[in-house]
Design a protein around this ligand. Structure first.
Ligand code: 13P
Length: 251
């Protein structure tokens, strides 16, 4: 099964936080399978987390990898290193990486290739800014992000795209469910028409998903899951969102 609900812990966590999180998650999670759930902790905790998760269990992955496989790149982590530490997926192109670390679509294309070559599941994050939305440029921006990031797309296996409108991330208010649904459909159509050989596993939504709004968002037909930041730091809330998802999609 492909990943559907992913916790992005961003710059939060510790080894003791991971233990507490897993305990609260396990206390509240009602599903029978964990294989569609992922956690992207800060990379330094990947190794520790993989050792504390039952197998087959939750997948652990990274929030980012470098766009070079190795070299004089102080402070960076490669896709191979994530795989070696037991990681199973990696995000690429999160808007916080694009904004704070000036990542370009060309960098992201290189990252996706390396992630895939390391046998990790690649998760491409895309999304428009508030200015782009206000100027009715959402479609053109998403198309550009997809086309430029998937330039070597035919080689990618098991790709997941996360639609995360920048203006919804951390704002406390998500995009409207119908709007998310139609944008997910648009993303699938773009991939289908431009990269028909590509194995797109699903389009998941991120941006202020929480226990209150999870149901209406996840029940939309084209929403294949969610990438969750703030609300994922609480193991109980994340488990409850996963329960809603499992019920809706009858997993
Ligand atoms: P929030 O859920 O905190 O809005 O973050 C979303 C996100 O950026 C996940 O990658």
């Amino acid at each position: 099964m492909s990943l559907t609900l992913i916790a992005n812990w961003k710059l939060h966590g510790s080894k003791s936080f991971s233990r507490d999180w897993l305990n609260s998650f396990n206390d509240s999670y009602q599903g029978s399978s964990l294989s569609s759930i992922g956690i992207a902790p800060p990379s330094i905790f990947i190794d520790d987390l993989t050792k504390h998760i039952d197998n087959p269990g939750i997948s652990i992955g990274s929030q980012n990898v470098d766009h070079f496989p190795s070299g004089a790149r102080t402070g960076e982590i490669s896709a191979d290193m994530v795989a070696d530490a037991g990681g199973q997926f990696s995000l690429a192109g999160h808007s916080e990486r694009r904004i704070f670390f000036q990542e370009t679509n060309a960098d992201i294309a290189l990252k996706l290739d390396l992630i895939s070559e390391s046998s990790l599941i690649p998760i491409l994050c895309i999304g428009e800014s508030i200015d782009e939305k206000d100027q009715n440029k959402t479609e053109i921006i998403l198309e550009q992000q997809i086309i430029e990031s998937l330039s070597a797309g035919s080689k990618l296996q098991n790709l997941i795209i996360a639609y995360e409108p920048v203006w919804a991330i951390g704002s406390g208010s998500s995009a409207a469910p119908e709007e998310i649904n139609s944008i997910h459909k648009l993303i699938k159509d773009i991939v289908q028409s431009r990269f028909s050989a590509l194995d797109l596993q699903g389009v998941i939504y991120g941006g202020s998903v929480n226990i209150e709004n999870a149901f209406p968002i996840l029940e939309e037909e084209e929403v294949d899951g969610a990438l969750i930041g703030g609300a994922s730091l609480n193991g109980e809330e994340f488990a409850k969102i996963a329960n809603i998802f499992n019920e809706l999609k009858e997993l």
